[in-house]
Write a protein that binds this ligand. Structure first.
Ligand code: BES
Ligand code: MN
Ligand code: ZN
Length: 484
């Protein structure tokens, strides 16, 4: 989306729609600046409206000021304002603009806080996202002009657009149908963002076999589409301890031999969302040129039933040499992630590891579809991560992880098994499995994004999310990486 800024009095702005935020129980500072008939109408409407959060009024000016329309939107009480309200109401305005098919609109940045510029840009660009690659009629996106007071704001706007590009990149890939996005395609997208500071390596099946990435190899065996392990290195220097982000990219999860029922099976195209989030993070970090070193690791497979599939009962020696008994081939995510996490920890000796995965249906049962579940081995890391989550309103909730849960995945015939007891803390036993791949006590956060990665019937409506993938995790991680 094209976004421009201007330092200008709003009454002299020539635009199709001039948009203002208004607080409940307050007269806007500019109310006495507008005169004439349109001024009276606006004054009346302002007085007769409560301006609860999201209340919107569209007023025709009939040429009495330069703007053709004035759009007013309520924010609720000033003391309750937060960035989410600005993001949400900007999205709402922007959707109205698109409905009216206006080519451009103007939003007046409230004087009070710079933080709002970021939220406005997020609300505008992310609400306009639309997955229409496979449609003939594609909607047009209006141009946004933001009226600012200080040129310094431009920098915030440009940075936010780079982060949004990461979110949109993640959404665009996540939304692809499984016949158009197998593991090799994931690798292609990773290569497409490579630059001189962002190096991309793609490990293919023969190499993975040779190096005994048996978690990834086993899950990938049932599919004609061969697995990949994608590694993106940003700004890696010798003896530097980077942060490693890992993302599950199962391009389609049928469950394998432990076949899933057909109900909502199409949604399992979204089982690559963790990997897509990592791609979005890497793209944004490299465009922002953040002064950090970061590695993105994406194990990508297709989980299919077939003559060559791995089976329940199999025992696999993982990359980290632990022996795993397969109970259910539908618990595939933890197998590919475990290899990727072990590889990341041994190869890079990272400062910290974060992984994103649409790992368990149990996470939806526990927390619903607006909040992601997370587990950690390091509470200080978690505290900082939670602060980022608050700031960008990508909600997460911590689940416990202790030795009792570790015991639940002990196997009679191998070191561990790939599922815990049925119906008992499925999200945590999955995390307990992943925890086995952390062997050097590296601070680690695992985020289960099964509920938050795409819009499901129970998902709360947010104007800046549209049908399909949300890109959940990109803004959160970029916030963490920029503020710590
Ligand atoms: N990708 C699924 C988890 C999932 C299911 C995410 C529904 C979003 C919506 C994962 O691979 C899986 O199948 N997990 C199993 C684990 C079970 C076999 C222990 C599950 O959640 O049922
Ligand atoms: Mn599965
Ligand atoms: Zn899966």
């Amino acid at each position: 989306m094209k976004i421009v800024t201007e330092v200008k009095n709003h009454l002299y702005k020539n635009t199709k729609a001039l948009c203002h935020f208004i607080y409940e129980n307050e007269k806007p500072y500019w109310i006495n600046e507008i005169h004439g008939r349109v001024g009276n109408t606006i004054k009346q409407i302002i007085s007769n409206t409560e301006w609860k959060e999201g209340e919107i009024r569209i007023i025709e000016t009939h040429g009495l000021i330069l703007a053709e329309k004035v759009i007013l939107i309520g924010l609720g009480l000033r003391k309750n304002l937060n960035s989410e309200k600005i993001r949400e109401s900007t999205g709402k305005i922007t959707r109205e603009i698109q409905k009216m098919k206006l080519p451009e609109y103007t939003i007046v940045l409230p004087k009070e806080s710079q933080e709002f510029a970021r939220s406005i840009v997020e609300g505008a660009e992310l609400s306009m996202y639309n997955f229409d690659k496979y449609k003939i009629n594609q909607k047009i996106t209006p141009i946004l002009c933001i009226l600012i007071h200080d040129k310094k704001i431009n920098d915030i706007i440009i940075k936010t657009q780079k982060i949004n590009n990461g979110v949109i990149f993640a959404r665009d890939i996540a939304n692809l149908p499984p016949n158009d996005c197998a593991p090799a395609k994931m690798a292609k997208f990773a290569k497409s963002i490579a630059t001189s500071t962002l190096k991309c390596r793609v490990l293919t099946k023969d190499y993975l076999e040779k190096k005994k990435f048996n978690g990834i190899i086993s899950v990938g065996m049932g599919s004609k589409n061969e697995p990949r392990l994608i590694v993106l290195e940003y700004n890696i220097k010798k003896n530097d301890r980077p942060i490693v982000v890992v993302g599950k990219a199962v391009t389609f999860d049928t469950g394998g031999i432990s076949l899933k029922p057909s109900d909502k099976l199409d949604e399992m195209k979204f089982d690559k969302c963790g990997g897509c989030v990592v791609l979005g993070i890497m793209k944004a970090v490299s465009e922002l040129k953040l002064p950090i070193s970061l590695v993105g690791i994406i194990p990508s497979v297709e989980n299919m039933p077939g003559g060559n599939s791995y089976r329940p009962g199999d025992i696999i020696k993982m990359y980290n040499e632990k022996m795993v008994e397969i109970i259910n081939t539908d618990a595939e995510g933890r197998l590919i992630l475990s290899d990727a996490i072990s590889y990341g920890e041994t190869k890079y000796s990272p400062k910290a590891i974060i992984d994103f995965a649409t790992l368990t249906g149990a996470c939806i049962t526990a927390l619903g579809t607006n909040v992601a579940g997370f587990t950690t081995n390091n509470d200080d890391f978690a505290t900082k991560f939670k602060e980022s989550s608050k700031r960008c309103n990508e909600e997460i909730w911590q689940l416990p992880l202790n030795n009792d849960y570790m015991d639940m995945i002990k196997s009679d015939v191998a070191d561990i098994k790939n599922t815990g007891p049925k119906g008992a803390a499925g999200t945590i036993t999955a995390a307990a499995f992943l925890f086995h791949s952390i062997n050097k006590n590296t601070p680690w956060i695992h985020v289960d994004i099964a509920g938050t990665s795409w819009i499901q019937p129970s998902t709360k409506f947010r104007s800046y999310n549209s049908k399909g993938a949300t890109g959940f995790g990109v803004r959160l991680t970029i916030d963490y990486l920029t503020n710590n």
